[in-house]
Design a protein around this ligand. Structure first.
Ligand code: EPZ
Length: 420
C-alpha cells in the first residue's frame, strides 16, 4: 500500500487546474446504461473509482475505456448483474440499479456494504423504485429487482434529500411510463449535471437543483458527447491548502458558483478568496485565520465532503470552533490522527470542538476514508517536520495526481511504495 511522505511548512504558491468532478462523473457514466447508443464523456478525472465504474460497465456488456480525460462507452447487449467483488470496492455501483431496471426490467446488484463513514443503507433507493412498480428480494447478499411490466411514473417524496437516491430514481424515471414527480430531492450540483446529461440524451427533466424534480418518461435515450463539471470538493480542498500553508493559489476551472457555503466560511475564517479573469485566487488575510463554527448540511449548505479538510484549517486558526457532522454518523475518523499531530480536538457525538492556535507537528498517520486522507495531507503540508500519510489508496479514489499538483506549487510531497 502506498503512502505520501510530506515535509511541511512550505507556503504553496502557483496555479492548480481543478479536474472533473468524481461525484458527477460516477452517476453520469453509470447513466450510459440507460442510453441505447454510444456515448462520449470528456473532462473525466483519472481516478480509481472511475476505473471501477468503467469495469462495471464492461461487465454489464457496455465496452468502455478511459483515454486521457475521455471515456467512450459503446452501445451493446446489456447484462443485469453487478457482482459483489466489484460493488464492495465502490458503493456508488448501486447507481446501476435504476437504469438497469428501466432498460432491462431486471437487476441483480450486490448490496453495498457499509464503509468507514457509516452504514449507508439504500432503503430510500429501494422504496422509491417500489413505488414505480419494482419488486425486490434480498438474495444471498444481492438485491434482486424485477419490474416485468416496466417502471411506471410515480409521485415520490424522499424522507431526506439523498444524493444517490435522487440519482438512481432520476435515471429510472427517464424511461418510465408517464410522469414522475420527485420531492425533497438532493439539490447538489452533481444532480444538476446528471439531469443536464440525461436531457442532452433526449430525457425530459425539469426542476433539477430545486426541491421538486418532474420527469416525463420517454421511449429511448440517444447518445451524445458530454463534458463533466469541475470538482467543487477538490477545489475546496486546494483553497484550504492555501490557507493552512499561508501561501497563495490560483485555481483554474474552479466552480465557485457551486461553492458558496464553503467560500463564505473560508472568508469568515479570514481567507481572501477572489474571482479573477485567470481563475480563483486564495490566500490568508492579513489578520490571519480565526475559528468559525460549521454545520454540514445537504446542498446548498456546507458539504459534508469538506468537513475533514475544513477541520484542519480550524486547527491552524486562532480561537475555537465547533463543527457538527449532520450527514454521516461516523465521519470524524481523521480526528484521532490529527490529535496525534498535536491538534486539540474533542468529539462529543456528532460535534467536534477544535481549539486552534497550536502548531501541528509531523507524524506517521493513517487514512481511513477519502476525505479523511485528504485532510491528513493538508495537515502534513501545514505541520512542522515530516508526515507519512499511509493507505493513500483512499485518497486516490477522489484526487487526480494529487502529489503532482501539490509539488508543482512548491509542496514537498512524494509517493512511496510500501510492502503490503
Ligand atoms: C454521495 O453519497 C457522495 N458520493 C458522497 O461523497 C457524499 O458525502 C454524499 O453524497 C452526501 O453529499 C457520491 O456522489 C459518489 P446520500 P451518497 O445518499 O449518495 C443516508 C465523497 O467523499 N442514507 O446523500 O451515499 C446515508 O447513510 C463521498 O466524495 C440512508 O439512510 O449520500 C447517509 O448517512 C463520501 N438511506 C446520508 O443518508 C438511503 O437510502 C446521506 O447519504 C440513502 C442514504
Amino acid at each position: 500500500m502506498d503512502s505520501f511522505l510530506i515535509e511541511g511548512g512550505v507556503p504553496l504558491k502557483g496555479t492548480i487546474a481543478v479536474s472533473g468532478s468524481k461525484n458527477a462523473a460516477l452517476p453520469i457514466i453509470m447513466a450510459a446504461i440507460a442510453v441505447d447508443d454510444d456515448v462520449t464523456f470528456t473532462n473525466v478525472p483519472d481516478l480509481r473509482d472511475i476505473k471501477t465504474t468503467i469495469k462495471l460497465l464492461n461487465i454489464l456488456g457496455r465496452e468502455a475505456a478511459l483515454s486521457g480525460d475521455t471515456v467512450l462507452v459503446r452501445n451493446g447487449e446489456l447484462g443485469i448483474e453487478a457482482p459483489y467483488d466489484l460493488v464492495k470496492t465502490m458503493r456508488a455501483s448501486v447507481l446501476c440499479l435504476g437504469p438497469l431496471l428501466a432498460r432491462k426490467g431486471e437487476a441483480k446488484v450486490s448490496l453495498p456494504g457499509g464503509c468507514a463513514i457509516g452504514a449507508r443503507p439504500v432503503d430510500q433507493h429501494l422504496s422509491a423504485l417500489e413505488k414505480m412498480g419494482a419488486k425486490f428480494e434480498l438474495d444471498h447478499g444481492y438485491i434482486h429487482g424485477v419490474c416485468p411490466e416496466g417502471l411506471k411514473g410515480a409521485h415520490i417524496r424522499f424522507d431526506f434529500p439523498t444524493v444517490g437516491g435522487t440519482e438512481n430514481i432520476l435515471m429510472a424515471a427517464c424511461l418510465a411510463q408517464g410522469e414522475t414527480i420527485l420531492e425533497n430531492v438532493a439539490r447538489e450540483p452533481e444532480i444538476v449535471d446528471l439531469a443536464n446529461f440525461l436531457n442532452a440524451c433526449g430525457a425530459r427533466i425539469e426542476g433539477q437543483g430545486t426541491t421538486v424534480i418532474r420527469v416525463q418518461g420517454v421511449e429511448r435515450l440517444h447518445g451524445c458527447s458530454y463534458a463533466i463539471m469541475a470538482d467543487r470538493i477538490e477545489a475546496g480542498t486546494f483553497l484550504v491548502a492555501a490557507g493552512v500553508t499561508g501561501g497563495e493559489l490560483l485555481l483554474k476551472n474552479c466552480p465557485i458558483d457551486d461553492m458558496s457555503a464553503v467560500v463564505d466560511k473560508l472568508r469568515s475564517a479570514g481567507m481572501v478568496i477572489e474571482e479573477t479573469p485567470e481563475g480563483v485566487l486564495a490566500r490568508c488575510g492579513e489578520q490571519g485565520l480565526r475559528g468559525v463554527d460549521v454545520n454540514t448540511r445537504p446542498h446548498p449548505g456546507f458539504p459534508t465532503d469538506m468537513q475533514a479538510q475544513f477541520m484542519v484549517l480550524m486547527c491552524c486558526a486562532e480561537g475555537s470552533s465547533l463543527m457538527q457532522e449532520n450527514i454521516f454518523e461516523n465521519r470524524f475518523m481523521h480526528v484521532q490522527e490529527l490529535v496525534r499531530m498535536g491538534a486539540d480536538i474533542h468529539v462529543s457525538g456528532s460535534s467536534a470542538m477544535i481549539r486552534g492556535g497550536r502548531k501541528l507537528t509531523g507524524a506517521p498517520v493513517m487514512s481511513s476514508d477519502l476525505r479523511a486522507g485528504a485532510a491528513l495531507v493538508l495537515a502534513g503540508l501545514a505541520a512542522e517536520g515530516e508526515t507519512k500519510v499511509q493507505r493513500i489508496y483512499h485518497v486516490d479514489r477522489g484526487y487526480e495526481r494529487l502529489a503532482e499538483k501539490l509539488s508543482a506549487v512548491g509542496a514537498k510531497i512524494r509517493r512511496v511504495k510500501e510492502e503490503d
